[in-house]
Design a protein around this ligand. Structure first.
Ligand SMILES: Cc1cc2nc3c(=O)[nH]c(=O)nc-3n(C[C@H](O)[C@H](O)[C@H](O)COP(=O)(O)OP(=O)(O)OC[C@H]3O[C@@H](n4cnc5c(N)ncnc54)[C@H](O)[C@@H]3O)c2cc1C
Length: 400
């Protein structure tokens, strides 16, 4: 088991420490890095078991479903870190229930919360977050999917791509252009049930760390206006508020992958014999291990600072971006070091470090690629610097 001494940090309260301990015990008994080939079935089963065990309650906000009244970012981060240490797919299943329903938790009407959040928390309904499009990834404000209003309905036309849980989700939170204003101010968010006529899965996408992923198509897909989340034209803000919570949790998942890689590397380095000693006896290996551990602790400090700050009700745009950039980039290096320590075993399919090597890669791209995080951090720095009259508006707004 990983070093859990960080739980003594002042960022946490007693309930977080108990949560982390309880989940660690549960995860040790119920999940493993290895999963069967049918990723849809594995994912559905993981959502059900995470729901039945009560963990998914933490992915949504609202006392009615047994959760904290407002989303507890530290709890979400601890859950993702712990699940990621045990299984990338279990972390994915948990994270997507949160990201897919986050807009409803944060800004849904009481009716929308009632209809969806309880089922998300119990694992009966699978959620998805549909923002990216083929021509609007990093530059998400360029999205083209349209929703025009006819009477008391919105009619959606267009495409979304890279949508996690695409193909198995029961509902999708879809961001579409409603045209109240140009750019990011003319977008609204709608909940689209998977069985709505005019909605279809256009293509399933295979990726290096398999999980359900799809391109979606909307063809005269009608949803009642009561399915809109937040005010008309406010969808971009809804998306960014959701990402402010979940971006920090992506960093926490990267941290979990990195911690697992360090555990595996320590185990291997201290037992692998060569040149009449163990690999860990060499100072070159010790330098590598020291760097890995320091990268992990730096990332952990940034992750839990951002999570704590958000739970205090403070703005975390810059801190979440720093955490995501440092934790995902750092985890990539830590995992690469672990593969190196394993030698040939490190690249054998199915080895834990080989899986981690594939799992980590997309975290540096989604919910805002590293370059996007750099722009966000710089924009916030320039905005806050009193002596400057610099125009930071040229920096991109914020991407998924
Ligand atoms: C596995 C996976 C799961 C995903 N799940 C979801 C999901 O559930 N819902 C959803 O809506 N989206 C999802 N996405 C989409 C994801 O958010 C986008 O892939 C991401 O925003 C990047 O967009 P893009 O792929 O179009 O790359 P592009 O926008 O074409 O960017 C390509 C690269 O350009 C670089 N770059 C970007 N901006 C700049 C800049 N300003 N300066 C210099 N370089 C820059 C970055 O390195 C980036 O990787 C997922 C993606 C993946 C890979």
């Amino acid at each position: 088991m990983s070093d859990s001494s960080f739980l003594a940090w002042p960022f946490f309260e007693g309930r977080h420490r108990s949560l982390a301990g309880d989940l660690e015990r549960w995860a040790g008994e119920h999940i493993a890095h290895e999963h069967g080939p049918d990723v849809d079935a594995e994912c559905r089963a993981l959502v059900r078991s995470l729901g039945a065990a009560g963990w998914l309650r933490h992915a949504v906000g609202g006392a009615s479903w047994g959760a904290a009244e407002v989303i507890d970012t530290r709890a979400i981060c601890l859950l993702r870190e712990t699940l990621a240490r045990h299984s990338g797919l279990a972390d994915f299943a948990f994270a997507m229930q949160g990201l897919g329903s986050g807009a409803i938790s944060l800004q849904g009407t009481p009716e929308q919360k009632e209809r969806y959040l309880g089922r998300v928390a119990s694992g009966e309904a699978i959620a998805a977050f549909a923002l990216s499009e083929p021509e609007a990834g990093s530059d998400v404000a360029a999205l083209q999917c349209q929703a025009h209003v006819e009477g008391d309905q919105a009619v959606l036309n267009g495409e979304k791509t890279w949508i996690s849980n695409g193909g198995i989700a029961d509902f999708y939170v879809v961001f579409a252009r409603t045209g109240e204003a140009p750019g990011s101010r003319g977008i609204s968010a709608f909940i689209v049930d998977a069985d709505t006529p005019g909605f279809e899965i256009a293509e399933r996408i295979d990726v290096i760390a398999p999980h359900p992923l799809a391109r979606l198509r909307f063809n005269a897909c009608r949803v009642p206006l009561s399915q809109r989340i937040g005010a008309a034209g406010e969808g971009f803000k809804v998306a960014m508020r959701t990402l402010d919570v979940f971006r920090t949790s992506v960093a926490a998942a990267a941290l979990g992958f990195a911690r697992r890689a360090l555990d595996e590397a320590l185990q291997r380095a201290t037992t692998r014999r060569m040149f009449n000693q163990t690999l860990a006896d060499f100072q070159l290996t010790q330098a590598r291990l020291a760097q890995m551990a320091t990268t992990i602790d730096s990332a952990a400090l940034l992750v839990y600072r951002a999570a704590w700050q958000r739970d205090q009700g403070q703005n975390v745009t810059k801190e979440a971006a720093m955490a995501k950039m440092a934790a995902t980039e750092g985890a990539q290096q830590v995992i690469d070091s672990a593969v190196q320590i394993f030698g040939g075993q490190g690249v054998v399919s199915g080895n834990v470090v080989e899986r981690l090597y594939r799992e980590i890669r997309s975290l540096r791209i989604y919910e805002g690629a590293t370059e996007v995080q750099q722009l966000i951090i710089a924009r916030e720095l320039i905005k806050a610097f009193p002596a400057t009259q610099g125009d930071a508006s040229a920096a991109q707004e914020s991407q998924p």
